[in-house]
Design a protein around this ligand. Sequence first.
Ligand code: IMP
Length: 197
Amino acid sequence: MNKFNSTVYYYLFLGRVFQSSLKLKDLEFKKFIPADRIEKKINALANKINKDYHDKTPVFLPVLNGSFMFAADLLKHVSVPCRVSFVKVSSYTGTTSSGQLKTLIGHEESLFGLDIIIIEDIVDTGLTLQKIMDELKGLGAKSVEAVALLRKQPAREKNIGIKYVGFELENEFVVGYGLDYDGLGRNYSDIYKNTQN
Ligand code: IMP
C-alpha cells in the first residue's frame, strides 16, 4: 500500500470511529449512546447477574439478530458457569412493530427445570419478550428472567417483567450496536437515534 492510500484509509478509519451521524436509506441518525457508556452499563448488568446467579448455572438465550453484539459483550463479563443458546423471532419491518410474531426457533435441548435468562437488545411493545417468556414457561423452565440493553416507554408502562434493564428510552427509533433499520446499521459500536423522531 502506498503512502497516499494508507493516509486515505487512516482518515476513513478515524471518520468511522468518531462518526457522529449516519444516513441509512431514507433516515438520518445521530449519535445517542456512545460505546463507552454501553460498556460501563454492561459491566454493571453482568455484576448484578453474577451476584444473583452465584449458586446457579443459568442458560442464556440471546434473541437474534439484534442482540448478537450485546450478548457477546455481556457474556464476557458473566463469571458464573452458564450455557448459551441463540434463539430467533422477528416482528419488525421498518420502524414500527407490525405485531406479527413468528414462533421462537433455535433451542434444541430441553429447558425443563433450568434457570433461563433471555438476552434482548431492545424491548418496545414487549410483545416479543412476553411471547418468548410464556413459551419458555410452558416448556417447564424453572425460572425465566430477561436482560434488555434498552427498554422503550410502552414496555415500561405495561410493566413487562424485565429484571435487568440497561437504558430507558422514550419512543426513539435507534440503530447500531446490533440494532438495525431494514437490515442496516447493526455494525456500529455506538447507538444512534433517528433525528426525525
Ligand atoms: P417489541 O415486540 O415491540 O418489544 O419489539 C422488539 C423487537 O423489535 C426488538 O428485538 C428489535 O428487533 C425490534 N425493535 C424495537 N425497537 C427498535 C428500534 O428502535 N430499533 C431497531 N429495532 C427495534
